[in-house]
Design a protein around this ligand. Structure first.
Ligand code: GRF
Length: 191
């Protein structure tokens, strides 16, 4: 069983999808979530995780620079046994020291083709450029922002999507299914 820690910052809909798939779907018997961590104490997703019976914790970032925060986080994580850190809407950029500590163990989902777009507002970018399709990317995290090795991508059909809400809705529907599918393959290879 692959042990994972999921990082969130807000809504946590991707986390929720993973928890559902772990309970009753494609990740059942493959992955176990040992902790949900948030850098925001009031992240909505923390309650969702608790409702699934998953342990949650957060560290406030207030008044701390990136290295101080990440060193605290590394200390916290040292008390857990886990195989992968799964970023699911985690909005904080990770420090080099953090990425090096967990080299090849951090996976992220980005709602665009990371070859074409990195960072925030990926759905806005697709919408504003009137793109007919965009790609969801699952990738390993390196020291850059959305520049790590791509594991898999899935296209989202945006034809006829006339509002940003519609673009997001179609994209998230793909994200929620795709992330767990890709993770099941990554974890399957391990076992
Ligand atoms: C998702 O679009 C994810 O790809 C991006 O941030 C959003 C987080 O949404 N990194 P949620 O918190 O999973 O609902």
């Amino acid at each position: 069983m692959t042990k994972i820690i999921i990082f969130i910052s807000g809504r946590g809909s991707n986390m929720e999808a993973i928890l559902k798939e772990t309970k009753n779907g494609i990740l059942k018997g493959i992955a176990e979530t040992v902790l949900v961590f948030s850098d925001k104490e009031d992240a909505k997703g923390l309650q969702t995780a608790k409702d699934f019976g998953i342990k949650t914790t957060s560290i406030t970032a207030k008044g701390k620079n990136r290295n101080v925060f990440d060193n605290e986080l590394i200390e916290l994580l040292s008390h857990y046994k886990f195989d992968f850190i799964i970023l699911a809407g985690y909005m904080r950029i990770l420090s080099e020291i953090f990425v090096r500590t967990y080299k090849n163990k951090i996976i992220n989902i980005h709602p665009a083709d990371t070859n074409l777009h990195q960072g925030l507002h990926a759905y806005e970018w697709a919408f504003e450029n009137k793109m007919q399709a965009t790609k969801i990317t699952v990738h390993f995290v390196n020291e850059g922002v959305d520049t790590g090795k791509i594991i898999a991508q899935q296209e989202v059909d945006l034809r006829g999507a006339e509002t940003l809400e519609e673009v997001e809705k179609r994209g998230l529907a793909v994200e929620h299914k795709f992330y767990s599918e890709v993770l099941s393959e990554v974890f399957g290879v391990r076992s």
